[in-house]
Design a protein. Structure first.
Length: 285
C-alpha cells in the first residue's frame, strides 16, 4: 500500500542503540493492486530474523527511516532544520512480527490520532494446514520442495528449502520445515520470491514510529482494527487538522512558502488517493 506519512521532526530525538546482527532475507513481491486491473507492481520486502522473533516489512521504509535519522543528527549538530532527502514512498505500510517459538503474529500499521502518532495492531495465532508434496525445484543455490495451502480466500503454492533452517517466510506465512523461497496464489495476485540474504545491523528501535510512540503499540481485536483503519483511510489527516489552531495553520512550513494548512491538506489528499489505489488485499476474507 503506497502511503505518505506526516512526521513532525521536532518531536523526535536521536537515541543511540547498540546494534545486534540479524539475518535479513530480501523478497521481491509482484502484485496486482486492483481487482479490476491486470496491471502489476513490484516492491522489495525484507524478513528480518532475530533470536526470538521475525519482522516482515517494506525495505523502503527502512531506507526512509535511515535517511530521516541522518537528517535529525545533522539538525541536532548544526541547529538548522533540513527536510530529509526525497525518497520513494513504501508500497506497503504494515509490519508483521512473528514471535518464536509460539509463532504468534502481530500485524501493525502506523497512523495519526490527532497530533499523536500511534501504532495500531492486532494479534492472531494461525495454524497453516500445509500439504507438502514430493515435487522439488531449484532456486539459485537452494533446492526447494513444493507445498500448497488455502488461506485468506486464495489457494497458495509455496516452495521451501530445508537448506535454510527457518520455519518462516514472507507475509504471515510460516510452519514449513524450512524457509519459504517462493510463494504465490494460483491467480498470481501476489507472488513473493527470495532474492538474497545477508547479515545486517538490527536497527529496529531506530524507526521513526518507534521513536514517536516510545515503542508502544495499541492492540485491538482484528475486527476493530479493520474498521478503524478503513475509516482512517477515508481522510487520513482529518483528526490532525482539527487539533491545529488557526494560528498554527496560517504559519508557513519551514523552508517553504506553503502554509501549514495547505501542506496538511495536500498531504492528506495524496494519502487518501494512495489508499484508493489498492483494493486487492492479500487476504480476501
Amino acid at each position: 500500500m503506497k502511503y505518505l506519512f506526516i512526521i513532525p521532526l521536532f518531536f523526535l530525538t536521536v537515541i543511540k542503540i547498540k546494534s545486534q546482527e540479524i539475518n535479513r532475507f530480501f523478497y521481491e513481491v509482484t502484485y496486482m493492486p486492483k481487482k479490476d486491473s491486470l496491471r502489476k507492481e513490484s516492491a522489495m520486502m525484507v524478513l528480518d530474523i532475530r533470536k526470538d522473533e521475525s519482522e516482515f516489512k517494506d525495505y523502503q521504509s527502512i531506507i526512509t527511516d535511515s535517511l530521516a535519522n541522518e537528517s535529525l543528527k545533522k539538525m541536532q549538530k548544526t541547529g538548522t532544520f533540513e527536510n530529509p532527502p526525497a525518497t520513494k514512498n513504501p508500497s506497503f505500510s504494515y509490519a508483521i512480527t512473528k514471535t518464536y517459538p509460539s509463532m504468534e503474529i502481530q500485524f501493525t500499521e502506523g497512523m495519526m490520532n490527532g497530533l499523536t502518532p500511534i501504532i495500531l495492531g492486532y494479534k492472531e495465532n494461525i495454524r497453516f494446514d500445509w500439504k507438502i508434496e514430493k515435487e522439488k525445484q531449484k532456486f539459485g543455490e537452494y533446492t526447494a520442495q513444493k507445498a500448497t495451502l488455502n488461506f485468506g480466500g486464495r489457494k497458495w503454492i509455496a516452495w521451501f528449502s530445508t537448506d535454510l533452517p527457518f520455519s518462516d517466510g514472507p507475509y504471515k506465512f510460516h510452519g514449513l520445515p524450512g524457509l519459504i523461497i517462493k510463494i504465490e496464489d494460483t491467480e498470481k495476485n501476489y507472488s513473493w520470491i527470495l532474492k538474497g540474504n545477508k547479515k545486517a545491523a538490527d536497527n529496529s528501535n531506530n524507526s521513526l514510529m518507534s521513536k514517536l510512540t516510545n515503542g508502544n503499540i495499541k492492540i485491538v481485536d482484528k475486527q476493530k482494527f479493520t474498521k478503524t483503519f478503513e475509516n482512517y483511510k477515508q481522510n487520513p489527516l482529518m483528526s490532525m487538522r482539527s487539533e491545529l489552531t488557526p494560528q498554527i495553520l496560517s504559519m508557513k512550513m519551514p523552508g517553504t512558502d506553503m502554509k501549514i494548512s495547505e501542506f496538511v491538506d495536500k498531504q492528506g489528499k495524496e494519502m487518501q488517493e494512495a489508499y484508493k489505489m489498492i483494493n486487492n488485499p492479500v487476504e480476501k476474507q
